[in-house]
Design a protein around this ligand. Structure first.
Ligand SMILES: [Zn+2]
Length: 116
């Protein structure tokens, strides 16, 4: 079923079950965020989880560039949720939830291309 994005006006196909009948539909998370001016936080709203924060920050890092754990923590602490992270906690989160992040030395991490 075709619906129209409330932000960019693009028509896109969506399963009828996911269409907001009296609400607004968005073609992408980006458009939802643009419209509301708030980070998209899922169907039920609320704060993003620590895991989500780390995943979104890791996903924005440059592939092949080295980042100190400290840099990554700073970026995460400035992200929505405003969580505090310890170094060991951050290393655990990166290790378990970010498949494209590899530790390449003491507290140094790099984002690598994920094999398809
Ligand atoms: Zn859109």
């Amino acid at each position: 079923m075709m619906v129209t994005c409330a932000t960019c006006g693009k028509e896109y196909n969506r399963a009828p079950a996911y269409i907001q009948k009296n609400g607004r539909n968005f073609c992408s998370r980006h458009c939802a965020e643009t419209y509301t001016g708030k980070p998209f936080s899922g169907q039920y709203g609320g704060k993003p989880t620590k895991k989500k924060v780390v995943q979104s920050v890791a996903g924005s890092l440059e592939v092949g560039k080295q980042y100190s754990l400290r840099d990554i923590i700073t970026k995460c602490q400035q992200s929505p949720g405003r969580y505090k992270f310890t170094a060991s906690e951050m290393a655990q989160l990166l290790y378990h939830f970010c498949d494209d992040m590899v530790s390449i030395g003491h507290n140094v991490w790099m984002r690598q291309e994920v094999p398809a």
